[in-house]
Design a protein around this ligand. Sequence first.
Ligand SMILES: Nc1ncnc2c1ncn2[C@@H]1O[C@H](COP(=O)(O)OP(=O)(O)OP(=O)(O)O)[C@@H](O)[C@H]1O
Ligand SMILES: [Mg+2]
Length: 311
Amino acid sequence: MSILKLTHLNVHFPTQDGVVKAVNTVDLEMANGERLGLIGETGCGKTVLGMSIIRLLQLATKVEGKIVYKGKDLLKLSEEEMRKIRGKEIAMILQNPTTSLNPVLKVGDQIAEAIQLHQGLDKRAAKEKAIEMLESVKISSPEKRANEYPHQFSGGMKERAMIAMGLACNPSLIIADEPTKGLDVTIKMQIVKLMKEVTKRKSMLFITHDLGAAAEICDNIAVMYAGELVEYAKTEDIFKNPLHPYTRGFLNSLPSMGLKPIRGMSPSLIDLPTGCRFHPRCDHASAKCKTEHPEMVEIENGNYVRCFLYT
Ligand SMILES: Nc1ncnc2c1ncn2[C@@H]1O[C@H](COP(=O)(O)OP(=O)(O)OP(=O)(O)O)[C@@H](O)[C@H]1O
Ligand SMILES: [Mg+2]
């Protein structure tokens, strides 16, 4: 059974310079218990896609299509109904714990606040649960740490606290946005291991640049380019046999693969290229790629690619 199904999702921002088309006709389905990686270069729309699911974008944003979570279209819910889903059913673990944790509140109190809000526990029980959560993300001396402020936490510990906060209300779906960004390699590996452990029986949309982390945690990977999906495949297939020229370029640009950058620049989301959005940077582009927009097509047992090389 699918826990989340996005159908023809568009997220557009009207701005003075024009409409920023951050997410375009995205179709994506997550099975219950699946951990899905969402990868792509900076500015391609990953965070916007994640935020649109829990409706955390400003009101002027144009969101169209369907976001069906456990059978309910979230875009049709009232703000009040949505508040009951946020945090409790679907939790987002954000990109930057330094700005997401409140600097003037003790870490334990922040987690307790989230628990109180959604689970109706009294203050004391919520604080106890918060300490339990800190322990579950392997913060040592959790009772003492719960009474500390974010600035007393290291980067890795702040990320652990964010994960604890995200998990506090036992959500079914987690949207984790770059949880390892800015951490040094050893800490990164610890956080990846932790994420893997704590999401074992959950569904997670894992947004990341860090393909190593995605490979470690995710069952499937969706590759995004200029606001749309260009490839979707089982994790091992993406690494063994990437199909889309963009996916291949993205993998080759990794330090472990020789740091070969893809030529050219990612396009403006206000003025998207005609045809295949990747054609100006693609070594395989033909005349057709410049004028016609390829659809996502199934290649084999559930793997999809958007490229005329395969049609
Ligand atoms: N409120 C907004 N108004 C206008 N444009 C926006 C707004 N929020 C995001 N964007 C634009 O949408 C595009 C996608 O941004 P997004 O943050 O989703 O990228 P990303 O893939 O998460 O990048 P990164 O990997 O750097 O986090 C960017 O061009 C960004 O400038
Ligand atoms: Mg982002």
